[in-house]
Structures are given as C-alpha cells and as structure tokens.
Design a protein around this ligand. Sequence first.
Ligand code: ADP
Length: 414
Amino acid sequence: MNVQVLNCGSSSVKFQLIATDLELIARDADRRLAKGTIERIGGEAIINLQVAGREPHRSASPLRDINAAVDYITRWAASPEAGIEGIKSISDIKAVGHRVVHGGERFKESVLITDEVVRAVEDCIDLAPLHNPANLTGISAVRKLFGEGLPQVAVFDTAFHQTLPDHAFLYALPYQFYRRYRLRRYGFHGISHRYVAYRYRNLRQITREATNIITLHLGNGCSATAIRAGNSIDTSMGLTPLEGLAMGTRSGDLDPAIVEFIAAKEGLSAREIETLMNKQSGLLGISGLTSDMRELLAEAHEENDRRAMLAIEIFCYRARKYIGAYLAAMNGADAVVFTGGIGENSPEVRARICEGLQWIGIELDAELNRQHSGGREGLISKEGSRPAVYVIPTDEELLIARDTVRCVLKDRQH
Ligand code: ADP
C-alpha cells in the first residue's frame, strides 16, 4: 500500500511516500519511494523533492498556504516527470498518515480520521495553538484533493506518553487546574521515542515487556523518556515542548519565578517571555552565536569560544542529570539510547553526556562511539556496561506509515 506521510507545520510541510503493508512490516522491508520538504509557505516557498535513489530536485515557487503545498507535493508525486515506482496517478496513493502534535488525553494511539476525530483534534487546539491548526489544515487539504473516500490516519506526538502515571504527569499546582483545563505533562516526540524503543527491542530480540530503557532524543528540540516494560513512564517535555532539557533555542527547565522577574526588569509580557524562552534561549541564548550544535562544536574547537563551550557543557550536563533522575524513577535501566540529529551524529556530545556516569556502570567504548554517526545503528558501550549505550537513528515517517496501514486494515476488517 502506498502511503503518503505528511507533517504539516505553520509554514512548512514535510512529506514521504512509503510503500508498506503487513508483510513488508514483518520483513522490515518497507520501501521509501520519495521524500521532500516545502518551507517558507506563504511567500516564495523553497521546495526540495527527491525520488528514492535519484538526485534531489530544488526549486522555488509562490505557495500561498498549506493547501497549496499539499496540492503541489501530491501532483508532483503523481506526475510522469517524478516517475515514482508504482505511482501513475494520485489514485495509486492509498492512504495518508499525518503527524498530529497534540492528542490531549483523548488519543492514546493512532486513529483513522473521522469527523469526530477532527473535532477532538480541534478541542486540543488550546493545548497546541501553533501546531494543531496546521495539522488540521493538512487533513482538510487532503480531503479536498483526494475526496472523502481516501483513508487518513492521525499519529499523535503525545500518544506514547499517555501511559505516564498520575504522579508523573501532574504538576504540584492546585489540582483544580488539572480538572478545569487538563493542565498536566503531556510530553512530545512520542513517535520518535516509541520508534526507537521498538528498534531497540528488535536489535536485542526481546519483548516489549522486557524493554527498560532511557531514550534521549537530541535534535533541535530535545527530550528524555523513561520507558519501563515498554511503556513511557516519564518524559521531560511537559504541557508544552518548552520543559526539560536545554535545547537549540529553548531554555528547558527553569524557576517559574523568572517569568515575573524578566517581566519587571525588561517590561515584557508573559507571552513575549514565553517566545524568548522558546526561540532565543538554549544553545543559541547561551552562546550568542547559533542553535546549531555542529557549528558550536566547530567554534569551541577552532576558536576556543568560551560561550560556545559553556553552551555545550550546559546542554550535556542537563542531559546527564535526566539520565540520573530517570534511573531513580524507573529502578534502573538496561540501556540509554541516543537519537535525533545530535544524538545520532555527535560522538563528542554523547561522550560528554556519559562522562561521570561510570559510577552507575556506564562505560562508553571510544572507538564504537566514534564509528556511529551518519545513520549507523548499534551499541557504543563496552561489553559489560550496564546500562548499555546505543545509537538508534529515529524514523518517525516510517512509524507513521506503518500505523497508517494498520489502522486502515483494522478498519476494513470491521
Ligand atoms: P529536528 O529536531 O528539527 O528534527 P534534527 O534531529 O535534524 O532536528 O537535529 C538538528 C541538530 O542536530 C542540529 O543542532 C545539528 O547541528 C545537529 N547535528 C547534525 N549533525 C551533527 C553532527 N555531525 N555533529 C553535531 N551535531 C549535529
């Protein structure tokens, strides 16, 4: 079944076309047919499209909104110029899977999209005012383009964390805020943490129930998750993705009294301060240079830039503290798993995070650590290190495509 995977943001759309079905899933033989991104939607959009095994194709075109972008991608995918294997017209695309950021408490797993599901995603807009509207626009764009008959599936970034126990998801605030507004920790990057946990148990050939690990997704956004018996039991992002680790441009954990302090000193509104904590903090805020870890590492090595070094140190220190906290929260773990752009590609950051964790039994293998970047999956700790340490490249699109197939087939059986 050819599945189109869409991740619609406020000004960007990412997509992949993946051929998958139950038999291909069982053999881990799903086929990536094409992928692409459209950025700066609303103006002269930057378009990157690539058919698997061919050169990427870059162009620019004025695209007004997400509707226009979804239209563009789909028409391209079905065109003879693209020449994608098995796709001659849009009717060869059999289902669309959407990454939907916030499913609130309602969605604990992926679902086939119905009018009722759309209304429930709308109900979560309060919780994700920037993301959910874009995801909904993507869903309605597909409906317009393909008609009502094409199955669409929502895969939620929050769903994997719906197994958090109440003592982990509640904030120590007056309980009525939870009752009134469902104010609580939801956690994000759930698709990535779930995928990585799945790959880990495949690699180790163990059951879901035997999966006890800490996953660290370190990309532009960063989060840690404690996975006990296959379930997420705690995660570092909260009501919004702002909480937890220090990230590219987000502050992560801080004293909430700081909001009032900055408001008084700088004359900023609460909303402006939230934006500052989301967009101008983290690696960017501390270094004053960039949110890009690769550039910071280069600055630190080549220029000895003090604030670049400090930003990297804070980033690693905070991740290390979460490993310690989660080991306590989950009564020990068998492995720590790194993923995301930084986690997958930076031996230096991984080594610095694991530094000083020998006392709990973590011993990285310097050579294995060095060898694992650019998408290579595997063990990077010494034999006998417990917890062991792994690098597992994430693949959110693949998980979305597979969930889409499963939901569509389940629906057909009814
Ligand atoms: P997103 O969270 O937006 O999906 P990614 O997972 O692609 O982002 O992660 C982007 C981050 O990964 C950037 O900070 C980038 O510098 C970092 N990164 C990518 N390659 C390397 C590398 N070789 N060394 C260090 N950091 C890297």
